[in-house]
Design a protein around this ligand. Structure first.
Ligand code: 5AD
Ligand code: SF4
Length: 458
């Protein structure tokens, strides 16, 4: 199951000393993967805000190192394995150091991580997130612990996690996924779909608004099936309405939509509710019906194109982004050409292109992986190039017009300039005073590059 190995050696660590009894242990948490993991790390930090542990920004200073991990592609797992390997010598020198593998990799590999990596003390999957304080307490006492049962994530009312920023916050609306796209590990590591009750979500959004937040991003693997399994009859558009009514919040974003479940009702809600931003992430994955079928995506490319058309008819300036996988098993040159064609036809605002990576127990791992790596790389590079030229052209087209920007902070790329995003989710940099951070401004677009706009405050 592992395509990599740890030390494999039996754990021969010296007895722990009890240095923790003297002062609050320092915890470092590193997050890999998607926004759900970013939010989970905030929730984990929130569970330790009582003062018994202290969070630090550097792994070198920490007594406890937690990796909140991702399994979506092999590359994501390899990064964590590399980090674990680098920690082995330190752990041997200092057996008091506690190392935890949390998140999706914890769930996927469970006990095996303890066997392969003698330096690891805690393994916990996403549905055991609320057990982490107890697990950590046991690890501090010298135990090696695993919590990776296959179960739905429990409900916990309003999640009190700390927040990384002060302006824009993630809010989980559902956990897990029931779709079982054949390439995808998520249903196996994040369990079956569970929607959070509307009242908890709205309460959390209100708390954010009271704390000065202006923007929320509603998170779920498939937000368009929100409401399934709740006693209240509610769907995602109803939820958008409820969140739209929260005073203080001025922008609402959401991710991810599944094309099979997104449709006119959602597009109408985006149009009608003033705070819902005109941007949708609608992963197409492939332009070939044969490949979409093997992926178990449950739509054809014709149906997908119809949805894009009805979305653009309703909201002409909507921003659309996508995910694409190249080199899925049995993807022929002719299948790939169809993907290229729909990218050129749809002209996405942005696209994430991924090389296929088999993820057992996801079903496609049983298909013969017959696309050579070299071909995958070529297809990936070509699509990146195509998207870059589309984004460049699209950004050029709006030079001279003006856009509403919520200023996030100072740009790291552009010396001393401010940065924010349009409602369509395109970053924009422009000169301005830092005391404007957190406010909305209108910016005239004066220039562009493939991934960013340049502008001037009006
Ligand atoms: N291989 C490559 N890409 C994948 N994704 C999900 N699973 C895999 C996989 N096994 C991509 C999909 C998804 C995005 C989050 O990651 O495009 O939409
Ligand atoms: Fe997120 Fe999927 Fe990675 Fe888990 S496996 S962190 S759900 S991208």
């Amino acid at each position: 199951q592992f395509s990599f190995f740890g030390t494999g050696e039996k754990r021969k660590m010296p007895e722990k000393s009890k240095t923790y009894e003297k002062s609050a242990p320092k915890v470092y948490i590193r997050t890999f993967g998607c926004q759900m993991n970013v939010r989970d790390s905030e929730i984990i930090k929130g569970m330790f805000s009582g003062g018994e542990y202290k969070f630090v920004d550097a792994a070198e200073e920490a007594d406890i190192i937690l990796f909140n991990t991702c399994s979506v592609r092999q590359h994501a797992e390899d990064k964590v394995v590399g980090s674990l390997q680098r920690l082995l010598a330190r752990k041997k020198k200092n057996p008091d150091l506690i190392i935890g593998v949390l998140g999706c990799m914890g769930q996927r590999h469970g006990e095996l991580l303890l066997k392969e990596f003698s330096q690891v003390d805690i393994v916990a999957g996403p549905s055991s997130i609320y057990d982490i304080p107890v697990l950590l307490g046991r690890a501090v006492n010298g135990e090696r612990v695993v919590a990776a049962e296959d179960r739905k994530r429990p409900q916990k009312g309003v999640d009190q996690g700390v927040r990384n920023g002060e302006l824009s916050g993630f809010v989980n609306i559902m956990y897990g996924c029931d779709n079982f796209c054949s390439y995808c590990i998520v249903p196996y590591v994040r369990g079956r779909e569970v929607s959070r009750p509307e009242k908890d979500i709205v309460k959390e959004v209100k708390q954010l608004a009271d704390g000065g937040f202006k923007e929320v991003t509603l998170l779920g693997q498939n937000v368009n099936s929100y409401g399934k399994g709740l006693t209240q009859r509610i769907d995602f558009s109803d939820l958008l309405k409820a969140v739209n009514d929260v005073p203080g919040i001025e922008r609402i974003r959401f991710t991810t939509s599944h094309p099979k479940d997104a449709g006119k009702k959602l597009f109408k809600a985006m149009k009608d509710f003033d705070k819902v931003c005109e941007h949708v992430h609608l992963p197409v994955q492939s332009g070939s019906d044969k490949i979409l079928d093997l992926m178990n995506r449950k739509y054809t490319i014709g149906e997908y194109l119809d949805k894009i058309k009805s979305l653009r008819d309703m909201i002409p300036d909507v921003g659309i982004s996508t995910d694409i996988i190249v080199g899925f098993p049995s993807e022929k040159g002719s299948d790939y050409a169809k993907t290229r064609k729909i990218m050129e036809e749809i002209r996405y605002d942005s696209a994430f292109i991924f090389k296929y990576s088999p993820r057992s127990p996801a079903l496609s791992a049983c298909l013969m992986d017959d696309v050579p790596d070299e071909t995958r790389k070529e297809r990936n590079n070509e699509l990146l190039k195509i998207q870059k030229s589309i984004s460049r052209a699209k950004n050029k087209e709006i030079i001279g017009s003006d856009r509403e920007i919520l200023i996030d902070g100072v740009s790291r790329m552009s010396n001393g300039e401010l940065v924010g995003r349009t409602r369509n989710n395109t970053p924009c940099v422009f000169p301005g005073h830092t005391n404007l951070i957190g406010s909305f401004v209108r910016v005239k677009v004066t220039g562009s590059s493939p991934f960013t706009l340049k502008g001037e405050i009006i």
